[in-house]
Design a protein around this ligand. Structure first.
Ligand code: SF4
Length: 71
C-alpha cells in the first residue's frame, strides 16, 4: 500500500483488521506482522495467505484514494 496517497481514513482497518493497522509513528496505514515484508516511508508491502485475499481485495476496492494494490 502507498503511504504517500493514504489519507488514514480507516476503511481498510475496519474491513481487513488482520492485515492493516494505523502506524502511530507515521499516522499512515501499515501492514501488520506477520504479513509485513517491507516497510518504508513510501510504502508498506506484505504477503498474505489466500484466505485473507477477499478482505484485502475488498479493502482495496473501498480505499477512497486507491492506495492499496493487490497482486
Ligand atoms: S483505506 Fe486507503 S486511505 Fe484509508 S487508511 Fe486504508 S490505505 Fe489509507
Amino acid at each position: 500500500m502507498n503511504k504517500e496517497t493514504c489519507i488514514s481514513c480507516g476503511v481498510c482497518w475496519s474491513i481487513a483488521p488482520k492485515v492493516f493497522e494505523l502506524d502511530p509513528t507515521t499516522g499512515k496505514t501499515k501492514i501488520k506482522e506477520p504479513y509485513l515484508k517491507n516497510d518504508s516511508d513510501k510504502e508498506s508491502v506484505g504477503e498474505i495467505p489466500e484466505e485473507l485475499r477477499p478482505d484485502v481485495e475488498k479493502a482495496a476496492s473501498n480505499c477512497p484514494v486507491g492506495a492499496i494494490r493487490v497482486e
